[in-house]
Design a protein around this ligand. Sequence first.
Ligand SMILES: [Zn+2]
Length: 151
Amino acid sequence: MPDWITHAVAAYFLAYGLKAEKKSLVVLGGLLPDLLTKFTVFFRYVLPPDELVGFDIFHTPLVALLVAVTIAPIFAYDYRKSVMLISAGIASHFLLDSLQGPVGYMFLWPFSWKPYTLGIIWSENLAPLAVTLLIVGIIIIRNIWLKRLPR
Ligand SMILES: [Zn+2]
């Protein structure tokens, strides 16, 4: 998985491109699949290691979308729009994850248990994070510079 900063920034740019009123919901969706996988930590003390293989289902589009539909009512915002914005973030998450190799993800679960990846970026490669931080840095400096210009 790409790092959480890259996921959050990509989701924010997507929200910006979509002109979303609640950009935070898209960012939440961008982080949600990886947040869900953290639930496996609770099961590590209960189940033997072999049983943990199946818990990758938390990092699948179907489970993430089910969670989006489930948690959308807790936000003080239109239910349908909440689901759509969170789902857009989830889509951005899996789009970024699909670029990463060598181990793929079960994007088609429960229809297929086969992991898929485009294998363009390796998990230990920091280039996506560096590019993300560079873009964010340029935007911050640009905004500071624009505020200092005489009006
Ligand atoms: Zn992920």
